[in-house]
Design a protein around this ligand. Structure first.
Ligand code: CA
Length: 316
């Protein structure tokens, strides 16, 4: 097969693709960033923008060959309480699916571990519009569903509130929260909280966040006093813990933020400015308003193309 970039028969390793693209081929920097992101996460989320039609088949073909060994590695030769521990104890381990067992849970469970320069991160939510079967994962779910994992950890998924609770409250450890996002225009952003934990079910999975850094604002805390989601409980459309009987957001009145804003489960607070469990709106301009996947201090009109919530937990 002729190389789509004109390089003859051979196909370069995917990890060199980005460099290859930078050699005069008219790709935007953000498109290259998406490819790098895809390679790092082994998720092959090449699904958007101009290179979809022309280059999608070879990229996906090569990605598939990378994904399979990663998934088969989920037989779990390497284990730990979380991804941070796995990479600390196994410096040669690569990003991929691993089995972990935080101290508080009875049985180990699969997660996607991301290896970054600053350590290992355990991903507990990924939005990319494609699940294991290539179709979007439905995030319009009830309380009992959000307690459990849904989707496949190598693709679009939610890890489940009980597992997130166990991860974030490991004895002797403190966790950071990182959110990586890509806008509809393929701009990248991140935010970081230096501490993060959520309570158990009897505590309604209350979220607690530490100090914020990042380049697109602290949407969890919002910009208005009544929209602060930090310290708030989890809400689904069948369990209203959003703290208001009539919530006024964006000039509209809501009774249950989850029910009225896309049926998504989140730590709504009157309803607040963050919701990464909404519905992705990828057609044309990505306009989703409050029903979309949004980080409101960045943009809450246009749905995000991609987002991930992840934790890194280290000894106190
Ligand atoms: Ca309410």
């Amino acid at each position: 097969m002729v190389h789509p970039l004109g390089g003859g028969e051979s196909w370069p390793p995917l990890c060199h693709l980005a460099t290859f693209f930078l050699r005069g081929v008219p790709f935007t920097q953000s498109a290259v960033a998406l490819i790098i992101l895809s390679v790092k996460q082994r998720t092959c989320s090449v699904e958007h923008s101009s290179y979809e039609t022309e280059f999608s088949w070879p990229i996906k073909q090569h990605c598939n060959s990378l994904i399979k060994p990663v998934l088969s590695a989920s037989k779990c030769k390497v284990k730990g309480c979380d991804c941070t521990e796995i990479f600390a104890e196994n410096p040669n381990a690569e990003s991929g699916v691993y089995l972990i067992k935080p101290e508080k849970v009875a049985k180990p469970f699969k997660v996607f571990c991301e290896k970054r320069e600053d350590g290992g991160w355990t991903i507990f939510q990924r939005r990319r519009g494609k699940g294991e079967n290539g179709q979007p994962v439905n995030f319009m779910r009830v309380w009992d569903s959000y307690k459990q994992r849904f989707g496949h950890v190598a693709y679009e998924h939610w890890l489940g509130l009980d597992c997130i609770n166990a991860l974030s409250q490991q004895p002797g450890k403190v966790c950071q929260l990182r959110v990586d996002m890509m806008s509809c225009k393929e701009e990248l952003a991140y935010v970081l909280y230096d501490t993060f934990k959520i309570g158990n079910e009897s505590e309604l999975y209350q979220i607690s966040l530490g100090n914020f850094t990042g380049n697109v604002g602290d949407a969890f805390r919002g910009t208005e006093e009544f929209g602060d989601q930090n310290g708030h409980n989890f809400t689904t459309y069948d369990r209203d813990n959003d703290g208001c009987n009539v919530c006024i957001t964006g000039g509209h009145a809501y009774t249950n933020c989850a029910q009225d804003i896309g049926y998504s489960g989140w730590w709504f607070s009157h309803c607040g400015m963050a919701n990464l469990s909404g519905e992705r709106h990828m057609k044309e301009t990505c306009q989703g308003w409050l029903s979309g996947v949004y980080w409101g201090t960045w943009d809450w009109i246009h749905s995000l193309l991609f987002s991930e919530l992840k934790v890194k937990c280290t000894s106190r």
